[in-house]
Design a protein around this ligand. Structure first.
Ligand SMILES: C[S@@+](CC[C@H](N)C(=O)[O-])C[C@H]1O[C@@H](n2cnc3c(N)ncnc32)[C@H](O)[C@@H]1O
Length: 239
C-alpha cells in the first residue's frame, strides 16, 4: 500500500462542491468492509455517514440491527429525495469530467455505474420514508455521537473520513475515530485515499496517536477498488 504506481501519481483530483449525500449497496459494503452481513444477524451495526446507502435496508433482511447516521437525516423524506437527486447529479458530473479517478475495469460504463448507484439511492429512499420514525435513520454528526459506550458490535464508515481530507482536518479525523471506538468494538473505514487518489498523508501519525489511546489498527487489503488506489481498509479495535 505504501508504493503508488505512476498512473496513481498522475491521477487528477476530483473536486466535489461539498460532501455529497450519496451511497452504495450492501454487496459493495461487504466487499470493501471485508465482512458478511449474515454473520451479523442479531448484532448491532452502526453505518456512519451512511448517506443514501441501501445497506441498512438490505442488511435488515439478514436480521442485522443497523442504525444509520448522517447529518442529512435531519431532512424529511421529501427533502431527502430532492437533496439525493441534486447530489447524485453533482457527483456524476464531477466524475464524468475526470474519468481517470475510477478503475474502469470495475464497471462497463459510467452509465452502468450511475444506474447501480441510483438503484441504491432509490432503495434507500423507499426505506427512509417507511422507517422515518423508527429510529433506524438518525441525524448524528461526527466528531461527537450521542450513543452510550460499546453500543455497537461493528461500526462502518465508508467514503467520508480520509476521502474528504481536503476539507476535514487531522484533529477531526482523530477525534472522530476515537469517538467511533468509544461506541463500537470493531470499527472499519474505507477508503484510505483522498479525492486525489493518494493515501491519507498523516495515516502513520494518526495510527500511532490512536495506539497511545489504546486503539490498535491494521490495514487490510480488500478485493474492491472503484476509486483508484482504494483497495485497503483500516480496522480499529480496543487493545
Ligand atoms: C459520500 S457519502 C457516503 C455514503 C456511504 N457511507 C457509502 O460509503 O456509500 C458521505 C456522507 O457523509 C455525510 N457527512 C457529512 N458530514 C458529516 C459528519 N460531520 N458526520 C457524519 N456524516 C457526515 C454526508 O451527509 C454524506 O451523506
Amino acid at each position: 500500500m505504501s508504493q503508488k504506481s505512476d498512473s496513481q501519481e498522475n491521477a487528477p483530483a476530483v473536486h466535489f462542491d461539498h460532501i455529497a449525500f450519496f451511497g452504495r449497496r450492501l454487496k459493495e459494503y461487504e466487499c470493501f468492509f471485508n465482512f458478511s452481513t449474515s454473520d451479523y444477524s442479531n448484532k448491532q451495526i452502526l453505518d456512519v455517514a451512511a448517506g443514501t446507502s441501501s445497506f441498512a435496508s438490505e442488511a435488515s433482511i439478514f436480521g442485522a440491527k443497523v442504525t444509520a447516521i448522517d447529518p442529512c437525516y435531519a431532512l424529511d423524506p421529501t427533502a431527502a429525495h430532492t437533496r439525493a437527486k441534486e447530489d447524485f447529479d453533482m457527483v456524476m458530473a464531477s466524475i464524468r469530467g475526470k474519468q481517470d479517478y475510477l478503475v474502469k475495469t470495475t464497471f462497463k460504463s459510467l452509465e452502468e455505474l450511475a444506474e447501480m448507484r441510483w438503484g441504491a439511492t432509490e432503495k434507500f429512499l423507499v426505506d427512509y420514508k417507511a422507517q422515518y420514525q423508527s429510529g433506524r435513520y438518525l441525524a448524528e454528526t461526527l466528531p461527537k455521537l450521542s450513543f452510550e459506550d460499546n453500543t455497537f458490535d461493528l461500526a462502518l464508515c465508508g467514503h467520508f473520513l480520509f476521502l474528504f481530507s481536503d476539507r476535514l482536518d487531522y484533529a477531526f479525523h482523530r477525534d472522530s475515530l476515537i469517538e467511533l471506538c468509544r461506541v463500537a468494538r470493531d470499527v472499519r473505514l474505507y477508503p484510505l485515499v483522498g479525492t486525489d487518489t493518494k493515501e491519507y498523508p498523516q495515516l502513520k501519525e494518526l495510527r500511532s496517536e490512536l495506539l497511545d489511546q489504546g486503539i490498535e489498527s491494521r490495514m487490510i487489503d480488500v478485493d474492491y477498488a472503484v476509486i483508484q488506489g482504494s483497495g485497503t481498509l483500516l480496522q480499529l479495535t480496543h487493545k
